[in-house]
Design a protein. Structure first.
Ligand code: TA6
Length: 302
């Protein structure tokens, strides 16, 4: 069991051979690499950095789990406290600090990363001058990856925010568990549509905000016989789930996204974005997700 911090990059390694790596420089990015366990191999392949992603801090990283806070997309209400912040807020473009290990034993290894208002670039801080602290905890066991995000209000007044884990998966998947949920269809002028399909399969531009998703657990289905290799995604204290794939045209328009990458990715993003969370002064709010592999992939064919 090892936690290493070297030159701003933090690596977590579980004794079973699974490992995860992140960096506290410029953004919080977690790539799952070097998994020794067959069971977790698909997660390794699931969250890499997109091939053209910018790594110099000029843009948010495409890949891993960019953290969206305190604003999802652009605020539609000009009166929102976060209205002048960039698309997806400030957490994904700020420099996080590695805060050290939390647990390091046979069962699990975990580490924490922190961001306070003092670390936010001045131009963004001016637009949202709140005193806050974010703590992002990454926990790895032999078959799960858990992320929690704590938001603390260190000011004297309440503030409002959205939070979302913009998780990039690189496997051709379908998602089960969003049927009978209404979504806002961003590629169809925010039409409200009730999803009646048993599972979502990505075969066109998809940009949906599933609202108030009652089930907290989804099955991410790799489409293999007998569900081999599938994993579950459990959201913790998050109402909504965004599903995004830019498809052909949008992929070509994005300079930091490979032209063909749309074929092998989808973002499944648990968050609270259709309303703001109001956090009183001195209080803490917490959310997260657990990604769990539940079937061995011995027969998995790619
Ligand atoms: O979460 C979905 C989404 O907001 C899409 O609308 C799409 O714009 C995507 O995220 C990527 O956003 P980005 O700011 O990273 O280009």
């Amino acid at each position: 069991m090892t936690i290493k911090d070297y030159e701003g990059k933090v690596s977590l390694e579980h004794s079973s051979g699974s490992s995860t790596e992140g960096t506290s420089v410029l953004f919080i990015y977690l790539s799952l690499i070097r998994y020794g366990l067959e069971l977790l191999e698909l997660l390794v392949n699931s969250l890499p950095i997109r091939e053209k992603s910018k790594l110099d801090g000029t843009k948010a990283i495409r890949g891993g789990i960019p953290l969206i806070f305190p604003q999802f997309a652009k605020a539609s209400e000009p009166s929102a406290e976060t209205a002048n912040l960039p698309q997806h807020g400030i957490a994904r473009v700020s420099t996080w600090k590695f805060l050290g290990a939390v647990t390091d034993n046979e069962e699990e290894v975990s580490a924490r990363f922190g961001l306070t208002d003092a670390q936010v670039p001045e131009n963004f801080h001016k637009e949202w001058p709140k005193k806050f602290e974010l703590i992002f905890t990454v926990t790895l066991t032999a078959n799960t990856l858990k992320n929690t995000l704590e938001v603390r209000n260190n000011g004297t007044e309440p503030f409002e925010f959205n939070a979302l884990l913009h998780t990039y998966y690189s496997v051709p998947i379908s998602i089960k568990g969003l049927n009978e949920v209404t979504y806002l269809d961003k590629v169809n002028n925010f039409a409200r549509i009730r999803d009646v399909k048993d599972s979502i399969t990505i075969d066109q531009e998809t940009d949906r905000i599933y609202m108030d998703v009652p089930k907290d657990e989804f099955i991410i289905d790799l489409g293999q016989p007998d569900g081999v290799g599938n994993f579950t995604l459990k959201k913790l204290n998050l109402k909504d789930t965004v599903v995004w794939n830019p498809w052909i045209k949008k992929a070509l328009e994005m300079s930091d996204f490979g032209d063909d990458e749309y074929k092998k990715m989808v973002c499944v993003e648990p968050g609270t974005v259709t309303e703001y969370v109001k956090l009183e002064a001195g209080k803490t709010w917490e959310c997260g997700q657990i990604i769990k592999v539940f079937a061995l992939k011995s027969k998995l064919t790619k």
